[in-house]
Write a protein that binds this ligand. Structure first.
Ligand SMILES: [Zn+2]
Length: 430
């Protein structure tokens, strides 16, 4: 059967390490219940920062030699000068920002609107913080013109596991307060090479080489995904190319991310939280470069499938996953089923089996999701794919039963489908 337009393209080895429904690789990308947040890193845990209600800066007082604001959510480390007028203004912004539970809400009052990245995506680093209490470690001028100040905030007690975030305060002409907060991504990419292709804007880290042909293919792919599912594509997809996930985490201002043994494994994440509907892809996967179909599919489709399992299934069906094409995913699934006849689909979907490496479980789940989407397409073609939109959130096994019309009264019916469909697809490709 011919492939739909969205999946045509160069049959190269697609590397993808982004998976919404489960923790993974060094950065542990995992599911979020927030449909706007497609893929999120969990090395720091998953929790949107939610801080205490505001109180006046005048309530600042000293506790144990440390300046503490009344709600105790922002502590100023001893030795940090907050007396100068500029510093006081910035401290006020930080405090107001800390009291916002949502990084985009924050952009309306305290966050810079001058840069499109700041405007669209707010405080990207904040999404990765679980601790509520922040310590202001330093504020320093970052440039000769004294128009930018670099701020270091530490979340949690001083220890190896605490999270240190770098953000900025920038002078903003015309605003009530001349200072606004700005994220590391906006500040650090100012001089980066920028290319545009259709609705996609590509930003290149200094070591990355632009490929306009691949950029054009990526843009066409984004449009074809939108057409296939009959959804409006984001007006703009900002696609940031970096050498690794650790690189882009630092780029977000998360400078305390440790470098584990897997730290340089490729990986990517996609976010679609912009008030304008724009999407952001942070790619740490140079082998796919601009043409990262899995992430582009996420960027275009957002949270339309209601839950992570179908979202990953569709992205993996369209663009492969974990560096594998769709066909390779099916072959991997086939080999696993052969080697492990006693491991049921149910067991794979409900809680990670302890005797199987976490990453392998994630690959097998994505492969299973892609297999199911392929089955939907085989049976009901484009109408079937579009029927996957706007479904309520449900457990993967329930979603599979509904989509594949498998009896819920027969406990092994779904498992039978899983094995038979895998054999069919792998057999068809050999
Ligand atoms: Zn994904």
């Amino acid at each position: 059967m011919p492939a739909p337009a969205a999946e045509r393209g160069v049959r190269r080895r697609d590397r993808d390490n982004d998976n919404s429904n489960i923790a993974k690789h060094p950065m542990n990308v995992r599911d979020s219940t927030n449909p706007k947040m497609i893929c999120r890193l969990s090395i720091l845990g998953i929790c949107l920062l939610s801080l205490a209600p505001p109180d006046g800066l005048s309530a600042q007082r000293a506790i144990g030699g440390v300046q503490v604001l009344a709600d105790a959510m922002l502590v100023v480390q001893p030795g940090v000068d907050t007396l100068a007028a500029d510093r006081r203004a910035i401290l006020r912004l930080l405090r107001a920002h800390a009291n916002k539970s949502n990084s985009i809400d924050a952009s309306t009052e305290t966050w810079s609107r001058a840069d499109v990245i700041d405007f669209d995506f707010g405080d990207l680093a904040k999404d990765f913080v679980t601790q509520q209490r922040a310590t202001l470690e330093s504020i320093d001028y970052d440039d000769a013109t004294r128009s930018t100040q670099r701020i270091r905030l530490r979340y949690g007690p001083a220890s190896a596991s605490s999270v240190v975030i770098t953000l900025y305060a920038v002078r903003e002409a015309g605003s009530e307060s001349p200072w606004r907060l700005s994220g590391s991504l906006a500040q650090k990419t100012r001089s980066w090479t920028r290319r545009t292709a259709g609705r996609m804007t590509f930003l290149y880290a200094p070591s990355m080489v632009p490929d306009q042909r691949r950029a054009g293919k990526a843009s066409q792919f984004a449009d074809s995904v939108a057409r296939l599912f009959d959804v409006p594509a984001p007006p703009n997809i900002l696609f940031v190319l970096t050498p690794s996930p650790v690189f882009y985490m630092h780029l977000l201002g998360l400078e305390s991310i440790s470098k584990g043994p897997d730290a340089q494994k490729p990986g990517s994440l996609t976010k679609r939280v912009s008030p304008t509907g724009n999407a952001l892809v942070l790619s740490g996967d140079p082998s796919q470069a601009e043409f990262n179909k899995h992430e582009i599919a996420h960027a275009v489709l957002g949270g339309i499938f209601g839950s992570a399992f179908p979202s990953e299934g569709v992205a993996s069906w369209l663009g492969g996953s974990y560096g594998m094409s769709r066909e390779s995913l099916f072959a991997t699934l086939f080999a696993f089923q052969r080697r492990n006849p006693s491991v049921s689909l149910d067991r794979l979907l409900k809680g990670a089996p302890k005797d199987i490496p976490e990453e392998e479980v994630r690959i097998l789940r994505n492969a299973t999701g892609a297999l199911a989407v392929h089955e939907v397409y085989r049976r009901r073609r484009v109408a079937g794919l579009r029927g996957l939109r706007s479904l309520p959130a449900m457990a993967p096994e329930d979603w599979l039963r509904v989509q594949l019309n498998v009896s819920s009264s027969d406990p092994v019916a779904l498992d039978r489908w899983w094995r038979a469909a895998t054999v069919r697809e792998v057999g068809a490709n050999h």
